[in-house]
Design a protein around this ligand. Structure first.
Ligand SMILES: NC(=O)c1ccc[n+]([C@@H]2O[C@H](COP(=O)([O-])OP(=O)(O)OC[C@H]3O[C@@H](n4cnc5c(N)ncnc54)[C@H](OP(=O)(O)O)[C@@H]3O)[C@@H](O)[C@H]2O)c1
Length: 245
């Protein structure tokens, strides 16, 4: 993809990795960006001074009506970044109920699925384009400290593989991004070394340019992925030592 011809849409663009995607895409010279967020007021600072190129869009990815309205407005999209996500740091068994687990599936998996389905024909009519899905290294091994979140990200990984195959005939490039801990609100209570959110966006855009499908954008992700290929049971046991309260 030529970045100067790219029209991107980033979900969850008001903070964290989503905001870093908007800034990184702009620095790279993107033609236009739809910065999507549940509360458009939270995008004011990000869009200020770049209003011609950065367009604020109201979008809750779990609201099918809003997804369709966004698609109606953003018919020129060539790059969809499915970034919006939630994590509750709860266990499967120790959590009081399964509402958090349902919400994680709803936003992380069904939100990504809905966006991908609705934007696939738009990407096709604009020449193929690309989809970048924010999965996690927790897509590949369950972290009991955020067990249900890991399950939702495993679903995102599977979805990424499936839509890559389905959309190959229309020439859509599909990239999965599998970060370790990133320095955002989501990981603020997770005690581990974290990389800045811009590192994730930069690695994903490099993959887009180079045609890489799976992105391990930080040292922990690289190490864990390598260990998983070598000895998956040892990794499962190691991360299994981090249990929820
Ligand atoms: N941080 C990490 O360590 C890490 C590691 C691996 C993968 N990831 C993934 O990277 C992505 C971004 O995470 P982050 O660290 O930037 O998290 P974050 O700082 O908590 O930001 C989450 C973003 O998602 C948005 N969002 C939540 N629910 C939404 C919904 N229903 N519809 C639309 N937007 C919604 C939030 O909007 P509001 O402001 O309205 O809540 C916010 O913009 C997520 O998919 C996450 O799972 C993060």
């Amino acid at each position: 993809m030529q970045i100067e011809k790219t029209v991107a849409l980033v979900t969850g663009a008001n903070r964290g990795i989503g905001k870093a995607f908007v800034e990184t895409l702009r620095n790279a010279g993107v033609k236009k960006i739809y910065a999507a967020a549940r509360d458009v007021a939270s995008l004011a600072e990000l869009t200020a001074g770049d209003s011609g190129r950065t367009v604020a869009l109201e979008l809750d990815v779990t609201d099918a009506k809003q997804v369709r309205a966004a698609a109606k407005q953003a018919q020129d999209v060539t790059l969809l970044v499915n970034n919006a996500g939630v994590a509750f740091f709860r266990g499967f068994i120790s959590a009081d109920d399964i509402e958090g687990a349902r919400r994680e599936m709803d936003v992380n998996y069904f939100g990504t699925l809905e966006m991908s389905r609705v934007f696939a024909p738009i990407l096709k009519s604009n020449g193929g384009g690309a989809v970048i899905n924010l999965a996690s290294i927790a897509s590949h091994v369950n972290f009991p400290i955020l067990g249900p979140y890991s399950a939702s990200k495993a679903a995102v990984h599977s979805l990424t593989q499936g839509i890559r195959a389905e959309l190959s005939s229309q020439g859509t490039q599909v990239i999965g991004v599998y970060p370790g801990p990133v320095d955002t609100d989501m990981a603020k209570d997770f005690d581990a070394p974290k990389v800045p959110p811009a590192q994730i966006a930069e690695a994903a855009l490099k993959a887009l340019a180079e045609g890489t499908e799976d992105v391990y954008p930080d040292p922990m992700a690289v190490e864990l992925h390598g260990n998983l290929l070598h000895d998956p049971k040892a990794v499962e046991k190691h991360v299994g030592e981090m249990r929820p309260e």
